[in-house]
Design a binder for this molecule. Sequence first.
Ligand code: GLN
Length: 229
Amino acid sequence: EKENAEDKTYVVGVDNTYPPFEFEADGELVGIDIDLINAIAEDQGFKIKIEQMDFSGIIPSMQAGELDIGMGGMSITDERKETVDFSDPYFEAGISLVIADNNTEINSLEDLAGKRVVIKNGTVSAKFAEENKDKYNYEIVQVNDSTSMFQEVTNGTVDALMEDYPVISYAIAVSDLKFKIVGDRLTGDNYGISVLKGKNDELLEMIDKGLTNLKENGKYDEILNEYLD
Ligand code: GLN
């Protein structure tokens, strides 16, 4: 018997923890990405199963055939387009430089000379940090999740971190992290939902159709409003 969309369960990879896009609340996985992909699946009549992992593992797991869909506040980039196809953009983001809120020494990228900057492996922040390291003369510390990044700055073991603006502003607003954002966003980008390149045209079409329907019927705004002001 031929397998069709109704029979197949698509496996979705998301970041370990990335509030407000994916995080645990009362023992349940919630967030903008989680609600969006569930609503898209419901709208288009397909089944999903969500798996949390290090962000840097999402695209490799898709390539290994273990995941059908990649999310996790994943920025649409030309480099990633070499291995994945992206849905229409669903959220505007970009990177911010972040320091402890009692730090008065760092007011720009220039002030990072001789300092330690922590990034999460596999992210656009990691790439930005690497590309600008020699220009600004800082040292890079690598970790695999945002929780560890925040911990390093809180502990004072590093001076600064780079994180997506919507994620760090949410963290500052809702948690007791004592951080502040330095200056304007360093870059701008958009989040997209990814599938393995050239092999999932039907699935991508369903995702885009679902996304369009949710934007039209108000469900998309409802989901965003549930997590953001
Ligand atoms: N948006 C960033 C990226 O795609 C960070 C994503 C994340 O840390 N989950 O690289």
